[in-house]
Design a protein around this ligand. Structure first.
Ligand code: FAD
Length: 434
């Protein structure tokens, strides 16, 4: 019986493990193993809602061990440190508890086929001080770190203002990067700060004392989307009081400011870096071809051209669409389609013909807080792009997550979970207050 190992249980990896477990694992046709460094899965596109306090991550986490038991795969907790492709062994580091104590020792796992699904990490583009002085949104832990600092900064500034001080009585938040992550976070924060004021967590004037700004190098926000959407998003953010500085390039990040290449200093109590992603460092240690963003290059079968038994999907991979001549974007939509493709291909008999991976761009949606979103349906490449906005776009945006939950748990559990979350929202404050 062959062993298929999936390294990384994110948007792509967990959907793949679930499908392959159901199709091959349960019937004993293959041993399916999922490795992740964390014991729980959280869908990454929701991280900005954790950072703004809108979402309690524990309510949305999936326990890998439970999912494995239910869907016929095995879960191994630990960080993949490297792969010995000659002996087909994966080096997994020890799993440690929060206080650093070793819970599980380092291990070596055999594989016949390996799917790399590590996701991506923040790319600081070697900007001085960026890694040292910025927070990022790569994990639940980082999103929580941002939320706690945001809350603490609001409370400190509020206390200073109450004591009559003018210095330190405002909160400046600078988000570097006007892509979907930066725009979505800025919109959520504007709502959160108003809600915190309603609950008297702080006594700041949300419009005057909490200044959220976005710095974007391109001339427009959301540079990968239709310019009309970008303008619409900028107008909406403006109405929320978010300052949008487009055409601005960051030169350096200090502990209390972001400096741009025109020499302008943007005061910042909290800097969040959301300017781009790259493959994690482990991708460069495998002896496989990677692109300049350290993503593993794959062919139309999502295999490394160097090793037909190693596949890569999602943000850690680079697949160039032959029709467009460009790499598919690092999006959950891509990770999902690639997972579904491999779930089909890896379940086929060895002599069966395998089709090429075909990426279908169904469009993009960007949330602008709880009541609005902008986006395009069908994708710009189809030539039939349909722009959407407002509440309709917001509803469609919510469906993206439901689709992921459905891929993991099926329709009935997705529906039940949606109702539970809705009811919980009715009986608890709309944002986390501590
Ligand atoms: C705030 C935010 C908003 C976004 N919004 C959208 C959106 O609206 N639409 C959209 O399509 N996309 C969105 N994205 C992008 C989307 O989240 C990613 O494209 C998608 O999650 C990629 O899926 P993946 O499976 O490649 O990786 P991930 O979902 O990132 O999962 C990677 C997994 O690998 C694990 N891992 C990493 N390294 C190791 C290792 N060495 N050993 C073991 N395990 C490891 C991690 O713990 C994680 O579980 C957003 C991203 C962010 C941060």
């Amino acid at each position: 019986m062959q062993t298929i190992v999936i390294a990384g249980g994110g948007a792509g990896g967990l959907e793949l493990a679930t499908r392959l477990g159901d199709s091959l694992g349960k019937s004993g046709r293959a041993r399916i193993v999922l490795i992740d460094r964390s014991p729980t899965h959280f869908w990454k596109p929701l991280l900005h809602t954790v950072a703004s306090g809108k979402r309690d991550p524990q309510m949305h986490e999936v326990e890998y061990s439970a999912q494995a038991a239910e869907h016929g795969f095995q879960f191994v907790c630990g960080e993949v440190l490297g792969v010995d492709r000659a002996s087909r062994k994966i080096a997994v580091g020890p799993y440690r508890s929060d206080d650093g104590a070793e819970v599980l020792p380092a291990r070596s796992l055999p594989y016949d086929k390996l799917v790399l699904a590590f996701g991506a990490v923040t790319n600081f583009f070697n900007i001085a001080g960026a890694a040292e002085h910025s927070l990022t949104l790569d994990s639940v832990w980082q999103a929580e770190q941002f939320r706690k600092r945001f809350l603490a900064s609001c409370m400190q500034a509020s206390s200073r203002r109450t004591a009559g001080a003018t210095e330190g009585a405002v909160v400046n938040i600078v988000i570097v990067g006007g892509g979907a992550t930066g725009v979505e976070l800025a919109a959520e924060l504007s709502h959160t700060v108003r809600t915190l004021a309603q609950y008297n967590v702080h006594t700041l004037d949300p419009g005057r004392d909490v200044r959220v700004s976005i710095i974007e190098r391109s001339e427009l926000l959301l540079p990968h989307l239709n310019p009309r959407l970008a303008k619409r998003a900028a107008r909406y953010l403006g109405s929320l009081g978010v300052a949008v500085c487009t055409g601005t390039t960051v030169a350096r990040v200090d502990a209390d400011a972001v400096l741009d290449t025109d020499g302008i200093r943007h005061a910042s109590d909290i800097t969040l870096w959301a300017a781009g992603v790259e493959g994690p460092a482990v991708c460069t240690t495998l002896g496989l071809p990677v692109n300049r963003l350290k993503q593993i290059v794959v062919n139309a079968g999502l295999q490394s051209p160097e090793d037909a038994d190693v596949f890569a999907i999602g943000d850690c991979s680079s697949y160039v669409c032959p029709e467009k001549g460009a790499a598919v974007p690092p999006r959950a939509q891509v990770a999902h389609q690639q997972a579904m493709y491999l779930a089909d291909v890896l379940a086929r008999k060895p002599d069966e013909e395998v089709p090429d991976f075909q990426y279908r761009d169904y469009g993009s949606l960007v949330s602008l807080g709880p009541f609005a979103a902008v986006g395009s349906l069908l994708g710009s490449s189809s030539g039939r792009e349909m722009l959407v906005g407002g509440v309709t776009a917001r509803l469609l945006y919510s469906l993206m997550y439901q689709k992921h939950v459905m891929a993991l748990h099926g329709f009935i559990r997705m529906a039940a979970q949606t109702v539970v979350h809705w009811l919980r929202g009715k009986v608890s404050p709309p944002v986390k207050l501590h």
